[in-house]
Structures are given as structure tokens and as C-alpha cells.
Design a protein around this ligand. Structure first.
Ligand code: PNW
Length: 464
């Protein structure tokens, strides 16, 4: 694999940042320890049929009890940085009021452990584990949740700001709003599109208010950002209907977030598309100024891309009764991952190139990229995952191609450090570079982990 490793990182600069990523609920377990209260995911996992095999994060990878060993594993991969998230209900039980010292102590130790091993901590404040009490009070569709998030953010800054410079407010607000409040396939499992759009605005407002408070409270200059999940939306053809379909998909998936964050306004075409679906963005005076608090970086989570058609198939109407235009995803017959997601590295190049063009001056980091495959482990837990290695190599090359085309991409975090609780799919889907045996909690480097370690090492050798 050495030749492939050299090849994949070729063209990336010596100071390119390499990392691995996880999130709190997906790995920690210990859901009732040291004062942690339930999050919306603890509740959602108890809904019959919500998660494959009725699984939950009660134990997950037991990272809460194995943290020093896991940090040693990270350091062994030779990466520069580790992206992890803080469990809000651990550090501020119930989502309001004073900090919980026992919960904060875990992240305190984690940060110290990372720094002692020369690994840079990248903190994400919200990776979907909203305290259940805040959902009971209305959740993200309710404006107050944004203020609660800003308070929480400051509380974490007060505890860790002396050692942590890299701060991300939200992970993938599209997923929180759309999967959680419109599709109902993620916590809290609600299905009302207008509420989901309220959630979008209050997530963004929470980001902006938190950004202001984080900067004000930081003892040293920080790098502040937000992470969005995006794909590149391709039109099925040059026909106007298909280009419109791609524009609308990109509007709801990307510009609804990017434009207020970076330009301080919601895109007019998306606002009118939302109106056709009975949804309105509840903007109040001053909101957009807060939301567009300047960012130091944008995190991009990339897994796949779609091709869109606005041209009806035989017999289908051009518009829905609501007046919404016709739109559909066109299957591409490409190789897929175990999630059924098309493998389209070129979509990452095109997405990054477009972001560089439309939002210039904003440093970009790939904060997640990776794949689930049906791993087969031998008796020693070893996995020969050439499919995952190829996925990672092809996407790292896609990043290099985007840089060559002018995009300011400065780092790459592989998702994920280890197999973990894959949300509605439970433990069925494995994204890890490291295999986790859930019976014994034994960790074993997969072949892709060794490949990634070699890639990082070779890339770093250029640093001189
Ligand atoms: C991301 N979609 O989730 C999350 O940030 C991770 O926690 C997760 O494990 C990873 O990707 C793999 O799924 C997504 O339906 C979940 O488009 C669903 C979608 C996108 C991202």
C-alpha cells in the first residue's frame, strides 16, 4: 500500500492538517454517569422501530471508560488532530444552569491527554445530543433553545478555553433539522416541515449567538467555525427543468445555511420554495447579524452527491398540488457503500471548487469523510478493507484536485476513528478505521487505518 499512500497525499502541502473524528453519543456510553441527564437520542432509541435492532448508545464503544487507551490509539495513527464532540447533557445537565464539574472533568482529562500526546483537540459543541428537557420545552423549533445553546457554549469555553483553540459550534444543522424534525428518522423523530424550518433558523441563530459569546470569552484567539454536510447537486441534463431541480436541491441542502452564515441573508429563491411548502423562516431583527458573525473556517462533511431531474417521468405531473415543482434523484448505477450511498469522489472536488468560488476567503476543512462497508474480521479482529482504503484514497485525491483548482482546503478528518453507534442504523454500519468488537470492546486497526497512518506519515515527511 506504500505506493498508493504516497500517491493519495501527493500535491497536498506539508502543513496540511490530518485528523480523525468521532462524536460523543456515538462512542462514549456511560449515559447515566457523573450526573449526565438523557439527551434526545437516549429517548429516541427507546421508540420501537426507531433504531435497527432496538440498539442504543448506553455502552457504545465505552469510550468514557477507555479514553486514555483511545487517545493512545489516535496518537499511534500519527494524526495531527482529533475532532470530537462534547455531550451537552453531561456538562450542563438538563440544558440550563450551572456547569456539572464531574461531567466537565472528563473533557478536561481528554484535552490534557491529547495535548500530552501532541494531538490537537478540535471541539464540536453540538453533535446532536440535545438535553431532553430542552426538547420537552419545544426543542430547536423554539427560539429559546438558541439562547440556551449560547449559554452552554460559553460554559464550555470557560472550562477548556485555556487549552483549546479550535472550536466548531454545530455539526450538520441540516441533519438536526431535516432528519430530526421533518423526516423523523433521527431524534427527536418529529415530522412537520414548517417546524423543521424553524429549527434551521434557531440552529443558525444558536450558532451565531454562541460564536459571539465564544469569541468574547476566549482567553486566547480561537479558530471558530461550523460544519455542514453537503454534496454536489448535479442537473441530469442541460434542460432548464433539470437545472432548476438541482438549484432547488442545492438551495435546501446548502445555500439555506451558507448564505445567512457568510452573506447575512437567506436566499430569495429558497424562501419562495419554502413558502410553496407552507414554511416560513422566523427571522427577528438582529438575527442575521448574529448568524453572520465572521467564521475562521468552514467544516465540510462529504459522503456522496446526487443527480437531480425536474423532468417528469411518463405520466407524472410537472407540479405537485401545492405548486411545488417536480423533482427527483436520478439513480446513477455507481458503486455504493454499505449505506447505499453512491461513491462519487468527483463530487467532492466539484463541491470544494464551487465553495471556493462562491464564498471566497473562507478556509475549508473536510471535517468528515469516510465509508461504511461490510467488514469481515478474522479471529484476531483484523479487517482487510481495501474498499475503505480505496474510498479514502480517492477522496483525498479529490481534495488535492480541488486545491489545484484553487479551493483553500487546509485539512482532512477521516470519519471515523473507530466503529461506533451509527444513529438509526445502530451498530450495523461500521465506519471505523479501527474495528471495535462490541462483545469485548477490543480495538483492532483495520488495514485502512495502517494505510491512513502511512499516508499521514509520508505527507508529513515533506515537512522537513
Ligand atoms: C454524518 N444523510 O451523518 C454524521 O456527522 C456522523 O455522525 C455520521 O456517523 C456520519 O455522517 C455517517 O452517517 C449523516 O442522510 C447522516 O444525508 C445522514 C446523512 C448525512 C450525514
Amino acid at each position: 500500500t506504500a505506493a498508493a499512500a504516497t500517491d493519495a497525499a501527493a500535491g497536498l502541502p506539508a502543513d496540511f492538517l490530518w485528523g480523525v473524528a468521532t462524536s460523543s453519543y456515538q462512542i462514549e456510553g456511560a449515559v447515566a454517569e457523573d450526573g449526565r441527564t438523557p439527551s434526545i437520542w437516549d429517548t429516541f432509541c427507546r421508540v420501537p422501530g426507531a433504531v435497527v435492532d432496538g440498539e442504543n448508545g448506553d455502552t457504545a464503544c465505552d469510550h468514557y471508560h477507555r479514553m486514555p487507551d483511545d487517545v493512545a490509539l489516535i496518537a499511534g495513527l500519527g494524526v495531527d488532530s482529533y475532532r470530537f464532540s462534547i455531550a451537552w447533557p453531561r456538562v450542563q445537565p438538563g440544558g440550563r444552569g450551572p456547569a456539572n464539574a464531574a461531567g466537565l472533568a472528563f473533557y478536561d482529562r481528554l484535552v490534557d491527554e491529547l495535548l500530552a500526546k501532541g494531538v490537537l483537540p478540535w471541539i464540536t459543541l453540538y453533535h446532536w445530543d440535545l438535553p431532553q428537557e430542552l426538547e420537552d420545552a419545544g426543542g430547536w423549533p423554539t427560539r429559546d433553545t438558541a439562547h440556551r445553546f449560547a449559554d452552554y457554549a460559553e460554559l464550555v469555553m470557560d472550562a477548556l478555553g485555556d487549552r483549546v483553540r479550535h472550536w466548531t459550534t454545530l455539526n450538520e444543522p441540516w441533519c438536526s433539522a431535516m432528519l430530526g424534525y421533518d423526516q423523523g428518522v433521527h431524534a427527536p423523530g418529529r415530522t412537520h416541515f414548517p417546524d423543521a424550518i424553524k429549527a434551521v433558523h434557531h440552529l443558525l441563530l444558536g450558532h451565531g449567538l454562541a460564536a459571539q459569546r465564544l469569541r468574547a470569552a476566549a482567553p486566547e484567539p480561537i479558530q471558530l467555525g461550523i460544519t455542514l454536510n453537503m454534496g454536489n447537486a448535479y442537473p441530469a441534463s442541460d434542460r432548464q427543468a433539470d437545472r432548476d431541480a438541482a438549484r432547488r436541491a442545492d438551495g435546501l441542502g446548502a445555500r439555506l445555511y451558507l448564505d445567512p452564515l457568510i452573506h447575512g441573508r437567506y436566499p430569495a429563491d429558497v424562501i419562495s420554495d419554502l413558502a410553496l411548502r407552507g414554511a416560513e423562516i422566523p427571522v427577528q431583527d438582529g438575527d442575521l447579524a448574529a448568524i453572520s458573525e465572521p467564521l475562521d473556517m468552514l467544516g465540510v462533511n462529504y459522503y456522496s452527491s446526487h443527480v437531480f431531474s425536474g423532468t417528469p417521468e411518463d405520466g407524472e405531473p410537472e407540479t405537485r398540488p401545492s405548486g411545488e415543482p417536480y423533482s427527483r434523484i436520478v439513480p446513477q448505477n455507481l458503486p455504493v457503500t454499505a449505506m447505499g450511498w453512491d461513491i462519487i469522489p468527483r463530487g467532492l472536488t466539484d463541491l470544494l471548487t464551487r465553495l471556493g468560488r462562491d464564498y471566497p476567503g473562507l478556509p475549508l476543512y473536510i471535517t468528515e469523510n469516510g465509508a461504511a462497508f461490510d467488514d469481515t474480521a478474522d479471529a484476531d479482529g483484523r479487517v482487510q478493507d481495501d474498499d475503505r482504503t480505496a474510498y479514502l484514497a480517492d477522496h483525498i485525491r479529490a481534495v488535492a484536485a480541488a486545491r489545484a483548482a484553487g479551493a483553500d482546503v487546509r485539512g482532512y478528518f477521516a470519519w471515523s476513528l473507530m466503529d461506533n453507534f451509527e444513529w438509526a442504523y445502530g451498530y450495523d454500519k461500521r465506519f471505523g478505521l479501527v474495528r471495535v468488537d462490541y462483545d469485548t470492546q477490543r480495538r483492532t486497526l483495520k488495514q485502512s487505518a495502517e494505510w491512513y497512518r502511512d499516508t499521514v506519515r509520508r505527507s508529513r515527511e515533506q515537512r522537513g
